[in-house]
Design a protein. Structure first.
Length: 199
C-alpha cells in the first residue's frame, strides 16, 4: 500500500456520543490541546466546527500532519484521525502509528476533566479507511493487497480471540475495512499492543 492518507475511526460507546462530542464540549478541549501541544509530532494549528452539517465531521482539530475530528458519519459518532503528511516505514508500521495516535487521543479525551465519565470509546470495533481513490480504490484487489497486514494487526490487537475484517467493495465510497472483535480491552491495553511488531 503506497498511499499515506490512512485513517482510523474509533466509535463512541452507545449513548455517550452526541452530547459528549458536541461542539460545546469539544471546541474548548481542542483549543487547550493546541496551547499545550498535546499530540506529539503534530503541529496543531486550528479548530473548525461543522456542527451544522448533518452526519458531518463535527469538530475538527487541524494540524499540519493530520486532521482529528468528532466524526458523525452514518449517525455513528466517534473520533476520526486522517493522516495528510507522509510517515516513514512500511504500510504495517504506518498503520500502527496512525492507530496508536488516535488511541492516545481517545484516551486523553476520556480523561479530560470536563468529559470524564461522560465519554467512552468502543475498543471491540473500529474503522480503517484510506482517503485516496487513486492509490487505494475500493476494490477487492486493494483489499487482497492489504489483507495480510490487516489480519496480522488484528491478531496483535486481539490475541486469543476472533477478530473479523468486514469489507464491501464499491466504486462510490472510499476504501474501508471494519475491525470487529469479541474482546473489549482498555484503550491503554490496545495502545500498548500497537507498539510491538506486526507478525
Amino acid at each position: 500500500m503506497e498511499s499515506q492518507k490512512l485513517a482510523i475511526k474509533l466509535f463512541a460507546r452507545e449513548g455517550q456520543g452526541p452530547a459528549a462530542l458536541s461542539s460545546e464540549a469539544i471546541v474548548p478541549v481542542f483549543h487547550s490541546w493546541i496551547q499545550s501541544r498535546a499530540i506529539p509530532d503534530h503541529l496543531l494549528i486550528d479548530v473548525a466546527d461543522y456542527a451544522h452539517v448533518p452526519d458531518g465531521p463535527g469538530t475538527v482539530l487541524v494540524s499540519l500532519e493530520a486532521n482529528l475530528s468528532t466524526d458523525r458519519a452514518q449517525g455513528k459518532p466517534g473520533l476520526l484521525y486522517v493522516r495528510k503528511q507522509p510517515l516513514a516505514g512500511t504500510f504495517g508500521q504506518r498503520l500502527r502509528t496512525v492507530l496508536g495516535t488516535v488511541l492516545a487521543c481517545a484516551a486523553r479525551l476520556e480523561e479530560q476533566s470536563t468529559l470524564k465519565g461522560k465519554l467512552g470509546f468502543r475498543t471491540d470495533e473500529f474503522l480503517f479507511r484510506v482517503h485516496d481513490r487513486l492509490l487505494a480504490p475500493n476494490t477487492l484487489e486493494t483489499f487482497e493487497q492489504v489483507k495480510p497486514e490487516l489480519e496480522a494487526l488484528a491478531r496483535q490487537l486481539y490475541p486469543g480471540t476472533s477478530a473479523a475484517l468486514e469489507f464491501h467493495p464499491s466504486a462510490l465510497t472510499l476504501f474501508e475495512v471494519r475491525f470487529k472483535a469479541a474482546q473489549s480491552p482498555d484503550l491503554g491495553v490496545l495502545l500498548e499492543r500497537t507498539q510491538g511488531d506486526v507478525s
